[in-house]
Design a protein around this ligand. Structure first.
Ligand code: HSE
Length: 313
């Protein structure tokens, strides 16, 4: 085999209280990643409107870091040419860097027949995330690889639990049109406190348990009710213009719960598709952003499958 192409979904991390733990694959935007064997070195070519901002030096690119680590891990001669067709918006909290890292891990595993398990691929791909976010958090790469809802505990190996979302789960997403911020996730992590009050930690444990129970019981209302974070969101909310109003509008339009998507600035609301029109919620959120002076795009989304191999030759 010489060449493999993989399609990887966008993802939303945290879902409120599950900071660096929860992730959900979204049937919204996709990256397509093609990896071709070559004689030596790792090169990266970016394609698509969104590609301009991404560094293409392999040591600085999430996908490049994964490829370099993979070649080293298996002591492989030769190199790879990586082509990334960037479909996932950058720096909006939808797992763009994680998707490229996950895609390359999946592609190289197939290309070299190394039979790494999905958990091993999550570990490999999360090293790529460190290149863009400063720390190897696996909560975007896990759903990008497994699909559906994932719970991760970092470590070597990481622990990954994969649950199928409720059938009627809809996600209303609003993406504010703000200028792309360089190293956004790194900055959004740097403003978080190093120590947190015990009562906040307890609230987060309770809410996280509620969300997991909600997925297991297919109880969308319970998932939504527990999308309350006391560890990261209060600090990040101050930087998102219109945050309070977007939240209020989502709940008023019938969402079960709402939170910042990943490190933001997009917002994600959980909606029971059997009861409420998901697009109505997404529009209400985007209108709230507009009232706060920022234009925003609205999307009605379903959960997605994980990374898929779409071609090989
Ligand atoms: N859990 C991470 C964060 C996701 O919130 O910083 C960002 O990609």
């Amino acid at each position: 085999m010489r060449k493999v192409s993989v399609k990887v979904p966008s993802t939303s991390a945290n879902l409120g209280p599950g900071f660096d733990v929860f992730g959900l694959a979204l049937d919204l935007f996709y990256d397509e990643i093609e990896v071709t064997k070559k004689n030596s070195g790792v090169s990266i070519q970016m394609e698509g409107e969104l590609a301009k901002e991404v560094p293409i030096s392999p040591e600085k690119n999430t996908a490049g870091v994964v490829a370099l680590n993979f070649l080293k891990k298996f002591n492989l001669d030769g190199g790879v040419a990586i082509k990334i067709v960037k479909g996932i918006r950058l720096s909006v909290g939808l797992g763009s860097s994680g998707a490229s890292a996950a895609g390359v891990a999946v592609a190289m595993n197939h290309l070299y027949g190394t039979n790494l398990s999905k958990v091993e691929l999550v570990e490999l791909a999360s090293q790529g995330e460190a290149a863009s976010a400063g720390s190897p958090h696996p909560d975007n790469v896990a759903p990008a690889i497994f699909g559906g809802f994932t719970i991760v505990r970092s470590g070597s190996p990481p622990l990954v639990i994969n649950l199928e979302p409720p059938k009627r789960l809809g996600l209303a997403i609003s993406i504010p049109n703000l200028p792309t911020e360089k190293e956004k996730t790194k900055k959004a992590r740097s403003i978080l406190p190093k120590k947190v009050p015990m009562k906040d930690a307890i609230q987060n444990v309770s809410n996280s348990c509620g969300i997991v129970a909600g997925f297991l019981l297919s109880d969308i209302e319970l998932i939504g009710q527990c999308m309350i974070d006391r560890l990261a969101e209060p600090y990040r909310a101050k930087k998102i213009v219109g945050y309070d109003e977007v939240k209020r509008s989502a709940l008023k339009a019938g969402a079960s719960g709402v939170a910042i998507s990943g490190a933001g600035p997009s917002m994600i609301a959980v909606v029971d598709r059997g009861k409420v029109n998901v697009m109505d919620v997404a529009e209400a959120m985007s209108q709230a952003f507009r009232r706060s002076g920022v234009d925003a795009e609205a999307y009605a989304v379903k959960p997605a499958k994980g990374a898929e191999i779409i071609a090989s030759s």
